[in-house]
Every structure is written in structure tokens, then in C-alpha cells.
Design a protein around this ligand. Structure first.
Ligand code: MOS
Length: 748
């Protein structure tokens, strides 16, 4: 055999195709796209957290140059959408059922009460400051503690998708029979997403068709939402997102400003742009709700967990029953036979909360893992050993096997990299001058979600041998286009530089929104399918072409490598892609590949696992916590691009640090405003806070989830990171953890 096997592109660490454009400033983000005759709209937010608008005086704003002012009195009515998320993955995705400025009601501080439009941004901003709003103010309830007298349990949370009560076995009996147990409650502060790029939408109409530039995690979801609100066909809405500067879930749903831009543009007959400022990002794109989670863990004398109670209480909006689903992994990661999981809610004067970085599991796994950490101490077990003993070999809920697992390997790999030793941990914290050094670990897990609708991509081979791949996905920082080029190159048999990827436009075939870690799995499947189809098409042209050396050969004998079709067993018999097209007078070959994901209820448990370890240094006198190093190992199935995957998880782990020690949005109870709605006062980690991070991937073959076995790791890096850090702080200080984030004041 003389055949050279070319190294697959998938897995290698190619640089981002759009990296240069992003770091040199030539990338135009939504708010920067030049549009002729553009008018600028500035939103005026309510200055009370509850009540109603009594009157709005717009005269000064008009006198100062506003070309239009919209309020509840003159904003066109939008269609009412039945649910905050009526069609699950795909279809309209309004972040909340309430749409502002349809009447005088005020449900939350910052809610849009007027939109001021002017020829320049500066003029609109100035005029907006001159709007006088008179309110009937009512007391606003935003904090959990202010609403404990009105706790309710809906039938379902997560906007109708997840039952609020779930159970298996008999938790009470398990608890009564337990040899050991812990009963702990953790409080989580509200959080906001804070991507660097603030949300922005620009819209212009041509006849009855609107083009919308939007900073979104789902161009198709934006398209469907605008069409539904405006009562027009999706055929009349085109959405474009060339670059998106982060989202973290805050751009996954379509919030009111997204629909305001095309609505106002239609009224004015002129292009309109709306950009949220940093403060408005705290009132305009959802949040992670304030919550508390009670965990009761019961185990037998051998440290085998027998019962788990996990109850969550959280603040939702006045109008939607939202709770981020915190029990999906926490209820299944360990093979605990008796389980009682519940959600309860309080109606607050906030927006409807939404997806945020590891939505649900990021908090649920902090509560569970911190409780496990306490249980380990209670029974004198090594926390790592306790995890391994209780890891679910199969999905304890359904009894089905995992599509793939890898948890134990992740624990082993990460523990080894970290240098974990049970004896060392048991000996208590070490000292480094005045610092106490603590060690901790936490398990990572995130569900593999499978959307119902088919995933599609367009592949087109041009006469010069270049391949163009298109899909209506968008890059919000993941590097998806680069991964697509790798998948396409492998499937089509072309080198990386001969693939061009075009994304971010609803004119391309539909791909699910980039939420819930679904993006990479769905896109790789669609692109792989399209390019495999296209290669088969090319082969069939070649074997039917009397001018081709491959004429008459069986397609199964032929492989495509580096832009050349050749007989697998005799590579000297070959034909060039461009030559095949040229001889057959073809300017191109194209196909749309359609891949139907397996049903969500296939007989498999679907979780992506990982394990995280952290070392912290705590100054017990000053209450300072510094994370010195973190080690994470993850089993995301197949890694598409080593550099992108590491980058994604590195960010996630640092977000875990942020969750554990920094991020909290605090409410001013006098009017329900967020008191620290700026990057100055909303604490986020900076380089000086970032630890040394060691990341390993444990690649697993997963033949169930999708063709390349990509389970996704968008959210995974964050899960378990905070738990590992908090466990390490508890190890260093011996103090119980009850508040997240854990800040100086909690340690003094
Ligand atoms: Mo992700 S937080 O589900 O956008």
C-alpha cells in the first residue's frame, strides 16, 4: 500500500478564521455596521420597579431635536405570543411573555417606557434625558427574602417544559434509614451576563421586507420572533449577525429591543438602530435569578448514597414561571435510587430570568457538589473516592446506558495532573506564609440536548476546487466557522485553506440557535452530512465521465483526499476535483445536507461529564481568597478543534471562579433597581485573578449523539469549577459554605 493517509483536520488546533478581523478591528459588530440614513433610538427605562405610568411629557425631548418619541400611547401593538418559549428549540424565542409599552403597566425597574429617536446617537441620548415620566409607584419585590410569604409551586417551570416536582423511589424512607446525612442550603445571588458587546439591533425595510442586524445567538430565532411579533411571514424578515461579542445566554432569547427596532423603523419609514448601554444590559437581556437550593444527602455505612432531596426556591418575573433547570444533571450524575427534586418560585419585579453560562447545572451542581463535600467529611471519606463510588454507571432516572460516559477517566486524569492525594487532603490545609492552602474538587456534567427539527447546511464546490459551506448559525465567540471548515474539509477531502465558511445570515439553511451546548454537535452533523453528500455527487460525476481515469469504477472504491479523487487501493488512478468539474462543463456542484437529530427520548442517558480540581490560598485575617491553580478534565465525545475547545473551557473555568467568588447583582429594595449595574461595580475576574489552568480532554467515541460524536462543551467548563473552588476554601478555612458568591465578608 502506497496510499498516504492524510491527517484529519478535525481535532487539530487551527487558529480562528475570523481571529485577525476581530483583533485588528476590521470586524464590524452589529452596532458598527454602516447603514445610510440611519436614525438612532434610545430606550428610556422606568425609574420605579412596580406600578404604572401616569403620564409622559415628551415636549422637551421633541424641542431638543427628537424626530419621534414612542410611548405606550403610540407604539404599535405587537402580537401577543403565547409563551416565553412556545416552540422549544426553534421557532420564536421571546425572552418573556410581557412586551413593554403596550399599556401603562410597569413590572420591573428599567422596563422600557419610551423610545426616543433622533438623527444622531448623541441627540437621541440627550433628548431621552429630557423625557419626563410621572409614575404611580407600588412597592417592588425583587429579593428572595422580601417574597417568602408568597412562595408558590407551579405545575411546570422553565416556561412550561419541566415539571416542578420530580421524584423516583422513596426519599423519606431512604432518609429515615440512612447511616449518615447532611442537610444544607445554599444561597445564590442574582447574576447578569455582561458580554463585552452590548446588545444591539438595527433594522431597515425595503417594501414589505425587513433586514435586521442583531447581536444574537440565533439568527433564525431572531427572525421567527420578529415575524411572530409583527404578524408577518418569516419570508419577509432577514436577520444578519456577522460578529457577536459574547452572549453567555443573554443573547439566546429575543428581548424587547430586538422587536422595537423593526417596529419603529416601519413606523418612521427609515432605518433605525437600538443599542443598549451597559446599565440597560442589566434591565434588557434577562438574568440568572436569585435562588436558594436545599440539598439533603443520605448514605449508608459504606458511603453509598441512597437518598437525595434537592429543592430550589427562586425569583421569577411577574408573568412567567421560569426557573433555570438545576436538577437535570444533579439528579442523575450519581446513581442515587431515592430522589426528590422540586422547584418553587416567588414572583418578583424583574425580567423573566433566562439561560446563563451553564444554565441551571452551574448552580445545581454547586449545591450538590458542596453538599457531597460536606458528606465526605461527615463520613471521613476522600471526596474524590466518594464521587467515584457513587457515580451513576447508567442513567438512574431511566435505567438506560449513557450514550458515552468517561467520568471516571476524567477524575483519574485530572486528579493525577493536580497531584491529588487523599492523605494530603485529610491532613488539613498547608501554610504558605499567612496563606492557608486548600484543595477541592467538583464534578462537571451538562445534558446533551437534542433539538427536534432537522439541522441543515449548504455545501457548494466551485470550479476552482474551493468549497463554500453555509449555515444560518453565528459566532458569538466559539470559533464555530473554523470548526465547520475542519469538518467540511475532512468530509469533502479538501485541505483547510480550500474551505470558505459563510454564516450569520437567515438566507442560509437553518441550524439550531447556539444555546445549551448544542451548537457544535448540530453544526458538525449538518456540515458533515452536506459535504459527504457532495463528495458522493462528485464521485458519481467522475465515474460516469468517459474522460476520467475513474470512469466505470465502483464509487465505494474511491476516496477523496486533498482535492483528488483516487482509487483507495491504487492511488495512482486519480482525478482532480477541479478537473472533474471542468471536463463536465460544471461551474459548480452543490447540495443542502439535512441531518435529523435522534429523538430526545432515545433509550440513552445523555450527559457530558468532567471533573475539576482547585487549589486556593486564603488569608484568614483579611478574608482574601486567591485561586492558585485549577485542573479540569472533560469528556466531550470528539473534540473538533483542540485550541478552540481549550479556549472555551478555559473561559468556563474562569467563569466558575467568577461565580464562586465574585459575581452578584445586588438589589436596592427601595425601588427594585440593580444597585451595581456597571462593569465598575459588578465584579468579574481580570487577568490578575486568573489562576494557572490545566485542561485535559478525554476523548470518547459516542456513536449515538451525532455523526462525529460531538457532545458539546460550551457550558461544561463552568460546571464543577465553582464547587471545586468552594470545596478548597472550606478545606482551607474549615468554615461552611452557604453563600455564593463567597466574599470577604462571609469569611470574617
Ligand atoms: Mo447558553 S447560557 O444556553 O446560551
Amino acid at each position: 500500500m502506497t496510499a498516504t493517509v492524510s491527517k484529519p483536520l478535525v481535532g487539530r488546533g487551527f487558529d480562528r478564521l475570523d481571529g485577525r478581523a476581530k483583533v485588528t478591528g476590521s470586524a464590524h459588530y452589529t452596532a458598527e455596521i454602516p447603514i445610510p440614513d440611519l436614525a438612532h433610538a434610545v430606550i428610556v427605562g422606568a425609574r420605579v420597579g412596580s406600578g404604572a405610568v401616569r403620564s409622559i411629557d415628551t415636549r422637551a425631548a421633541r424641542a431638543a431635536g427628537a424626530i419621534a418619541v414612542f410611548t405606550h400611547a403610540n407604539l404599535p401593538r405587537v402580537a401577543a405570543l403565547p409563551s416565553a418559549w412556545p416552540s422549544g428549540f426553534g421557532g420564536p424565542a421571546p425572552g418573556q411573555t410581557f412586551f413593554p409599552m403596550q399599556d401603562t403597566t410597569i413590572h420591573y425597574f428599567g422596563q422600557p417606557v419610551a423610545v426616543v429617536v433622533a438623527d444622531t446617537f448623541e441627540a437621541a441620548k440627550y433628548a431621552a434625558e429630557l423625557i419626563e415620566v410621572d409614575y404611580d409607584a407600588a412597592p417592588a419585590v425583587v429579593r428572595l427574602d422580601d417574597g417568602r410569604d408568597r412562595i408558590y409551586q407551579p405545575e411546570k417551570v422553565f416556561c412550561g417544559m419541566v415539571p416542578a416536582r420530580q421524584s423516583r423511589g422513596d426519599f423519606a424512607a431512604a432518609a429515615a434509614a440512612a447511616a449518615h446525612s447532611v442537610d444544607v442550603t445554599y444561597h445564590f445571588a442574582a447574576n447578569h451576563h455582561n458580554p463585552i458587546e452590548c446588545s444591539a439591533t438595527a433594522a431597515f425595510w425595503e417594501g414589505d421586507t425587513v433586514t435586521v442586524y442583531d447581536a444574537t445567538q440565533g439568527v433564525t430565532a431572531t427572525q421567527a420572533t420578529i415575524a411572530a411579533y409583527l404578524g408577518i411571514s418569516v419570508a419577509h424578515v432577514r436577520v444578519v449577525a456577522n460578529y457577536v461579542g459574547g452572549g453567555f445566554g443573554g443573547k439566546a432569547m429575543m428581548w424587547p429591543h430586538v422587536t422595537l427596532a423593526p417596529t419603529i423603523a416601519r413606523e418612521l419609514g427609515r432605518p433605525v438602530k437600538v443599542v443598549l448601554n451597559r446599565e440597560q444590559m442589566f434591565y434588557g437581556t434577562g438574568l440568572r435569578e436569585e435562588q436558594e437550593q436545599r440539598v439533603v444527602l443520605a448514605c449508608d455505612g459504606d458511603g453509598v448514597c441512597t437518598g437525595l432531596l434537592h429543592h430550589k426556591l427562586s425569583v421569577t418575573s411577574q408573568f412567567d414561571d421560569w426557573a433555570e433547570v438545576s436538577l437535570e444533571v444533579a439528579g442523575k450524575a450519581y446513581g442515587i435510587p431515592h430522589w426528590d427534586g422540586q422547584y418553587r418560585l416567588i414572583r418578583g419585579n424583574t425580567m423573566t430570568p433566562t439561560f446563563m453560562r451553564g444554565p441551571g447545572e452551574a448552580s445545581g451542581m454547586v449545591a450538590l457538589e458542596c453538599a457531597l463535600d460536606e458528606l465526605a467529611d461527615e463520613i471521613g471519606s476522600d471526596p474524590v473516592e466518594l464521587r467515584l463510588r457513587n457515580h451513576a454507571a447508567i442513567d438512574p432516572e431511566s435505567g438506560h446506558p449513557w450514550t458515552s460516559d468517561g467520568y471516571a477517566d476524567c477524575v483519574r486524569v485530572a486528579a493525577e495532573r493536580f497531584g491529588w492525594s487523599a492523605e494530603h487532603r485529610r491532613a488539613g490545609p498547608r501554610r504558605d506564609g499567612n496563606w492557608l492552602l486548600g484543595w477541592g474538587m467538583g464534578s462537571a456534567g451538562y445534558p446533551v440536548y437534542l433539538p427536534g427539527q432537522p439541522q441543515r447546511a449548504h455545501a457548494r464546490l466551485l470550479a476552482d476546487g474551493m468549497l463554500v459551506v453555509r449555515a444560518a448559525t453565528q459566532d458569538f465567540g466559539t470559533g464555530v466557522a473554523t470548526a465547520m471548515a475542519q469538518v467540511a474539509g475532512d468530509a469533502m477531502g479538501l485541505p483547510f485553506h480550500r474551505v470558505r465558511v459563510e454564516i450569520g445570515d437567515t438566507r442560509y439553511p437553518n441550524i439550531v440557535a447556539a444555546v445549551g451546548s448544542m451548537g457544535a454537535g448540530m453544526i458538525s452533523a449538518a456540515v458533515h452530512t452536506a459535504c459527504s453528500d457532495l463528495r458522493a455527487q462528485l464521485i458519481s460525476v467522475a465515474v460516469g465521465d468517459p474522460g476520467s481515469p475513474l470512469h466505470g469504477r465502483a464509487p465505494a472504491e474511491i476516496e477523496g483526499i486533498e482535492g483528488v479523487l483516487r482509487i483507495r487501493s491504487d492511488p495512482a488512478i486519480a482525478d482532480d476535483y477541479a478537473a472533474v468539474l471542468s471536463r463536465n462543463h460544471l461551474t459548480d456542484l452543490e447540495t443542502i445536507g439535512t441531518w435529523q437529530p435522534p429523538a430526545q427520548d432515545i433509550p440513552y442517558g445523555k450527559i457530558t461529564f468532567g471533573a475539576q480540581f482547585a487549589e486556593v490560598a486564603v488569608d484568614p485575617d483579611l478574608g482574601l481568597v486567591r485561586v492558585r491553580r485549577m485542573v479540569g478534565a472533560f469528556a466531550p465525545g470528539r473534540v473538533l478543534n483542540a485550541k478552540l475547545a481549550r479556549s472555551q473551557v478555559l473561559g468556563g473555568m474562569n467563569w466558575g471562579l467568577s461565580q464562586a467568588l465574585m459575581e452578584a447583582t445586588l438589589c436596592d429594595p427601595r425601588d427594585g433597581r440593580w444597585a451595581n449595574s456597571s462593569l465598575l461595580e459588578y465584579l468579574l475576574p481580570v487577568h490578575a485573578d486568573a489562576p494557572e489552568v490545566d485542561i485535559r480532554f478525554v476523548e470518547m467515541q459516542d456513536e449515538i449523539v451525532n455523526p462525529l460524536g460531538v457532545k458539546g462543551l460550551g457550558e461544561l467548563g463552568m460546571i464543577g469549577a465553582a464547587a471545586a473552588i468552594l470545596s478548597a476554601v472550606r478545606h482551607a478555612t474549615g468554615r461552611p459554605i452557604r453563600e455564593i458568591p463567597l466574599r470577604i465578608e462571609h469569611l470574617l
